[in-house]
Design a protein around this ligand. Structure first.
Ligand SMILES: [Zn+2]
Length: 367
């Protein structure tokens, strides 16, 4: 039997949210310096936008910050928070532009660098992400998030080196599916194993766990089953002893193999294919500024179930659930057409070449 270890790197995506000090009576100050009334008013809008962003009222925050930007084009934090708001709306190219402006005004702003690195990562621009994170580490080696960022950089470099992710879309990328991209990183459950028996250990007592998480995880299994159009099915069983796949919730990131991940799937294979596995899901955000919303829980569940179905690698396409990084945007995630088509392709027909290759052992199969 061979253990395959799948990891999920989380975008550090985090957040300027720095209120500027301002305003006393008629005289306006920012960072101790007197500023014009117009700049002072813009800083008020900036402060209000922090609350809006925290409440996920992203469109309102962006609208307000666009106005503030007109009034005070040289305040770095306005560009930085505007970039964050745009990223949360999924407008990544505009977000990058704003954050690069913020960075040019104030290269030492650590929040700008973290947010920018997270967006580059979530866009699949790995080299830019690594450069930006390294810049952060150089400028703020004592920052509270520095160890996590260092671990993230190491993880990204390892995944690049091992071929788990690529710094550009691979030449063999297909619009229809990613079986070619994942190459030998594919396994599957044999037909004799259907329906796959799943046990979800309730997370009662695990800090931050709520029963909603269980509902979201069950829905993730259903979504993949539906996408398979009959090729894959799951049944939920009442105890771990009867299960092929055991899911659990944990609150300690340190108990996962990589400190910069939010979930982990381990699988066992024999010559028939997959035989059993485990999925562990974190109940806490890796970084406080990126809360584990229901949307992000759903993304994580879909992603880990995808690994458990035999997708042993990651794609370079942010639209795919099997993309290597979570997104900064906080929208309800769906399986992409490529996810669905790849699953059907993986389970189509008899003993496919890809399944045989996977069983013959690959560099990705770790002891
Ligand atoms: Zn993954």
């Amino acid at each position: 039997m061979t253990v395959i270890d799948r990891r999920l790197l989380l975008a550090m995506s985090l957040v300027a949210l720095i209120p500027a000090r301002a305003l006393a009576e008629t005289q306006y100050f920012m960072d101790g310096q007197p500023v014009t009334r117009e700049v002072g008013e813009a800083v008020k809008i900036l402060n209000d936008s922090v609350v809006l962003l925290q409440q996920n009222r992203n469109q309102e925050a962006v609208d307000a910050l666009l106005q503030a930007e007109q009034m005070a084009p040289n305040v770095a934090n306005i560009h930085s928070n505007l970039g964050l708001g745009l990223a949360k709306l999924g407008r990544n190219q505009e977000a990058i532009k704003e954050l690069e402006i913020a960075r040019s005004i104030n290269p030492d702003n650590t929040s700008t660098l973290l947010t920018l690195g997270g967006i580059y990562q979530s866009q699949g621009q790995i080299n830019q992400a690594i450069d930006t994170y390294n810049e952060f580490l150089k400028r703020a080696p004592q920052h509270k998030d520095a160890p996590k960022v260092a671990s993230l950089v190491t993880g990204l470099k390892n995944e690049l080196a091992s071929g788990m992710i690529s710094s550009a879309p691979p030449a063999n990328a297909s619009a229809d599916n990613y079986l070619g991209e994942l190459g030998s990183r594919l396994n599957r459950w044999p037909a004799s194993k259907m329906p796959i028996r799943v046990y979800i250990q309730p997370g009662d007592g695990v800090p931050n766990y709520t029963p909603t998480y269980m509902t979201i995880l069950r829905a993730a299994f259903s979504a993949w089953q539906e996408a398979s159009q009959g090729a894959v099915s799951f049944t939920f069983v009442p105890d771990a002893g009867q299960a092929d796949l055991v899911c659990s919730f944990i609150s300690e990131p340190s108990s996962l193999t990589n400190g910069a991940e939010a979930g982990e799937t381990n699988l066992f294979v024999n010559k028939e294919g997959l035989v059993k596995g485990t999925i562990k899901l974190l109940t806490v955000p890796l970084v406080a500024e990126l809360p584990l919303t229901d949307n992000r829980k759903r993304w994580l569940c879909l992603h880990e179930v995808g690994h458990a179905l035999g997708f042993g690698g990651h794609t370079n396409n942010p639209q795919d659930i099997m993309f290597f990084s979570t997104l900064v945007s906080d929208n309800f995630p769906h399986l992409s057409a490529r996810d669905a088509s790849s699953l059907r392709g993986l389970y189509a027909g008899g003993d496919t070449q890809t399944a045989r290759q996977a069983n013959s052992g690959t560099p990705d199969v770790r002891p």
